[in-house]
Design a protein around this ligand. Structure first.
Ligand code: IPE
Ligand code: IPE
Ligand code: MG
Length: 252
């Protein structure tokens, strides 16, 4: 934690309600140490804990982490296997602690693709923590932004077929409830670690007006100070939503 900016010191409106993170750079972190990529994924777990702790301290409402994309299945089989094993172990190890901190955990994505033991643990963690309210932690696994939009469109089409929704009524407002995370405010701040400047099919719809923060820090090296720098950067932004800077300044 940066001692110059203790938790809660920034004005409330300057603290994002919802932070989303593309946790990137585990593989390079390990390769620099001449270790297998799975070593980097394991090291990344500590940064997940740091991020959760940081959000709890800052009273951020929601944290959404990109842990495994729809495209990550294309990686070498041993790496995918190591990631699945890590998820399984992490669920066994971390769920009670998260529950103890009042964190509501949700896994977001096409969960049907995972092996039964992993799916069961995900469901159990979600059920156990469902009533918690200190922080909404969303872990995106087998998630893709295009998949999300497609599943929303499919579910809306099903509602049309059942006669519950008129096709002419479909617009961005009526489609929104079918997208993942619809019950949360959209991400205010999207952080990508690891130096790449791209979205990689993360939340496409939901980040329409998110502020983007990129850092070269590799995910396993992310700590509270790094996250605080992202928040400080966010606090300096003027969010205009299509209006002029003068209009926004006047309204605030
Ligand atoms: C992110 O780190 C974790 C996952 C995608 C699962 P990477 O594994 O992509 O790390 P780099 O980008 O290869 O360094
Ligand atoms: C995005 O990282 C996915 C996750 C962090 C889970 P990738 O490493 O898969 O993204 P690309 O391949 O560099 O675009
Ligand atoms: Mg990567």
């Amino acid at each position: 934690m940066n001692a110059a900016t203790p938790a809660g010191s920034a004005p409330a409106a300057r603290i994002p309600r919802h932070v989303a993170i593309v946790m990137d750079g585990n593989g390079r972190w390990a390769e620099r140490r001449h270790r297998p990529r799975s070593f980097g994924h394991r090291a990344g777990q500590k940064a997940v804990r740091e991020a959760v702790e940081f959000c709890l301290r800052q009273r951020i409402e929601a944290l959404t982490l990109f842990a495994f994309s729809s495209e990550n299945w294309q990686r070498p089989q041993d790496e995918v296997g190591a990631l699945m094993e890590l998820f399984l172990k992490a669920l066994d190890k971390e769920t009670d602690e998260l529950h103890g901190h009042g964190v509501r955990v949700r896994f977001v994505g096409e969960l049907g693709a995972f092996a039964e033991p992993l799916r069961q643990r995900m469901q159990a963690a979600m059920a156990k923590t469902a009533a918690n309210a200190a922080l909404a932690l969303n872990v995106c696994v087998n998630y893709g932004g295009r998949w999300d939009i497609a599943q929303a469109a499919r579910r809306a089409a099903e509602a049309v077929a059942r006669g519950e929704l008129a096709a002419e009524a479909i617009d961005e407002h009526t489609l929104a409830p079918y997208l993942c995370l619809a019950d949360l405010p959209p991400p205010d701040l999207l952080i990508r670690t690891g130096g790449e400047h791209r979205i990689s099919n993360f939340l496409l719809w939901q980040i329409a007006y998110a502020e983007l923060h990129f850092t070269d820090t590799l995910w396993p090296d992310v700590d509270q100070a790094c996250l605080q720098r992202a928040l400080d950067d966010y606090a300096r932004r003027q969010r205009r939503y299509g209006k002029t800077g003068a209009q926004v300044a006047q309204a605030s």
